[in-house]
Design a protein around this ligand. Structure first.
Ligand code: GAP
Length: 481
């Protein structure tokens, strides 16, 4: 439901930030397709993201994360979990089933109303979102929007339910849905979590997991997918605290984005106006990021009042009322929901990190260095480990020993192929913040004072320094967590 509301709002955006100095609204229509093309190509070339089913022509709107993509995504999810659940006393975690009972989604309103308005073209049989026509392409004449070619024959808009239905049970006659958001299992288990953990309001339940929507027009790489992951918190509170907590969660979430390397100036806060929010929401902020394809939503922070618990209480016929032992008050808790898209945030991390730096050598020759400038805690590989010479057995032995010491703590990559400069560049391109090189100094061949030390090369500045092997682990741990 929130999805529909925010989508309809998308064309009428204004930028509002309640806290920071007003940042002028970057033009929503400013895009950089060439940059996006390079990012998509890098993602495939270096094993971050591939289209699902590519071997057979590809499954539209579904993506597979390769070896580096999965590390990046895991770093994001782990950091979100650490900040949201582990480092807070007032938020507990859960992991709900993906298959969702029909009745749950009837009560929540998804069966009846989780839809986008769509139009069909009778000529080319393509289907488009009615509220996105101006940014879509006619299938037969891609230089114009649907409806603009004389051959186009568009139907009136119709509602198209976005949920993916499945049948199960021995006879396959039971209907279930792949969940369209992780939130509903949290609402349904709210009372069990409350009773089994002896928590008091305000408290939150956090969940990170897959959601599914049969999007009419999946687009912009992984941005709008049919299968995606969400990182959601449902924060239950007293009705008097809802507005204040919405502001606090917005600030908290902005801080989080800063910590993962998305600068404040690239984020825009949309205070969704009355009439464009879901009818039950008293306040909704959309946190948006400047993607190369325009300013688009990363996360919603919504004050959902007691709507969700109210509909499930009614639907299930069971009380979800909270009793405050101190004040002796009974009430249905209100909910503040920070709901982030995991895949969208991964995409934002890659877009933000991508850089092409022009380097000029001593002879004035120019070269472009492609670098992913991830903050170290997000980088898929934390350290590259190189022997200067792969034929030097002692250098290789020391490298392998360093590898064994570091790899229980972080992702490392051993590489002995080609010139060391090329190895640095390969790591720059995938965002490895540090490279360690074992050389002849390490072996003490140029004097005893450097024996047992290695070179640490910094990705961003390309500066190098020497550290003892014994100091490596604590030095790195301080920088990559
Ligand atoms: N429980 C509230 C909810 O689901 P939403 O605005 O529909 O609200 C929350 O979704 C977040 O989930 C969005 O801000 C976005 O980051 C992510 N998301 C939603 N639909 C998506 C899609 N089709 N592909 C990728 N991410 C999506």
């Amino acid at each position: 439901m929130a999805a529909c509301q925010s989508r309809l709002a998308a064309s009428r955006r204004a930028c509002f930030d309640p806290r920071a100095p007003i940042i002028p609204m970057a033009n929503k229509d400013v895009t950089d397709p060439a940059r996006m093309e390079k990012i998509v190509s890098l993602c495939k070339r270096r094993g971050f993201i591939f289209q699902a089913g590519e071997l057979y022509g590809g499954l539209n709107g579904c993506w597979d994360y390769g070896p580096l993509g999965v590390e990046l995504k895991r770093n994001l999810k782990d950091y979100w979990w650490r900040k949201t659940v582990q480092e807070r006393e007032d938020v507990l975690g859960m992991d709900g089933a993906i298959l969702t009972m029909e009745q749950v989604l009837v009560s929540s309103g998804h069966v009846g109303g989780f839809s986008d308005p769509m139009v069909d073209c009778k000529t080319c049989k393509a289907r488009f979102r009615a509220d996105n026509l101006e940014t879509s392409q006619c299938k037969e004449k891609p230089s114009v929007c649907p409806g603009q070619s004389p051959k186009c024959e568009l139907t009136e808009p119709r509602e198209f339910n976005l949920m993916l239905q499945t049948n199960f049970g021995a006879t396959g006659d039971q209907i279930a849905y792949l969940r369209p958001e992780t939130a509903q299992s949290i609402f349904c288990q709210y009372k069990n979590v409350l009773d089994s953990n002896r928590v008091k309001l305000p408290f939150g339940i956090a969940q990170c997991g897959k959601s599914f929507r049969n999007e009419i027009n999946p687009r912009n790489f992984t941005f709008r997918s049919r299968e995606f992951e969400q990182m959601e918190i449902e924060y239950f509170c007293h009705p008097d605290d809802g507005m204040r907590l919405t502001e606090e969660w917005l600030a908290e979430r902005l801080k989080f984005y800063g910590e993962i390397g998305i600068p404040r100036e690239k984020l825009h806060i949309l205070d969704v106006p009355d009439g464009e929010r879901a009818f039950y929401s008293k306040k909704t902020y959309d946190i948006e990021y400047e993607f190369p394809f325009g300013i688009q939503e990363l996360e919603g922070v919504a004050y959902r009042t007691n709507y969700d618990l109210g509909v499930h209480e009614k639907g299930a016929g069971k009380s979800l009322v909270y009793f405050d032992e101190e004040t002796k008050e009974k009430f249905l808790p209100h909910v503040v929901e920070p709901s982030a898209g995991c895949d969208r945030t991964v995409l934002a991390l890659i877009c933000e990190a991508f850089d092409e730096e022009v380097l000029t050598d001593d002879k004035g020759k120019e070269d472009v260095r492609t670098v992913l400038r991830f903050v170290p805690r997000m980088a898929p590989i934390k350290v590259g480990i190189f022997p200067l010479l792969k034929k030097n057995d002692e250098q290789v032995r020391i490298c392998r020993e360093i590898q064994r010491t570091l790899q229980p703590w972080m992702t490392v990559f051993y590489d002995d192929g080609g010139a060391v400069g090329r190895r640095y560049r390969r790591q720059d391109e995938v965002g490895t913040p540090f490279c360690v090189t074992v050389d002849f100094d390490t072996l003490g061949e140029n004097g005893p004072e450097l024996a047992g030390t290695v070179t640490i090369r910094h990705r961003d500045s390309m500066a190098q320094e020497r550290l003892t092997i014994a100091a490596l682990l604590p030095w790195l741990l301080e920088r990559v967590r």
